[in-house]
Design a protein around this ligand. Sequence first.
Ligand SMILES: [Zn+2]
Length: 167
Amino acid sequence: MTLPYAEPLTVIDPAELVIPEPPRRGEEGGEPCFPCSAGSDSNLIWSDQHWTLHNPGRTGLPGSVWLASRAHFDSFADMPAEVASTFAEVCGCVERAVLSLGDVGRVHLYRWGDGGAHFHVWFVPRPLGRLDMSGAYLMAWEDALEPATEEQIAGAGRKIATAMKHR
Ligand SMILES: [Zn+2]
């Protein structure tokens, strides 16, 4: 795997510590929670009792989607048991739905959690044969690739939604 930048890259020192850390979206004192807002319905492509699945606003890798819990909790550490019991199954369904797009080498699952305090995970397809984009470098490439058009993102989302309904 390689970074999408020419050598030589240089190592820099870490920035100063920021403690206490500023509130994230959805935390007291922070910006409003996006998944809890009506605005999150605008890119909704599928949902069930516990989960909602969304298109991204922007990506260089169409077929990327994010899965959020309906309930507002932060992470695995405070995930209600009845939601946790469905997580692996819904992740498997989303993975199969993204694979059904074709020309997908692997589907990567990311949980970052630094931006918003409402549980969500990302599914990001690595294009078939793009071994240079393997592993953690996929997101560096995602940032450097030409952004997909709204229609490319919506079209991939429609196919994923159809596959989710027929799971
Ligand atoms: Zn929320």
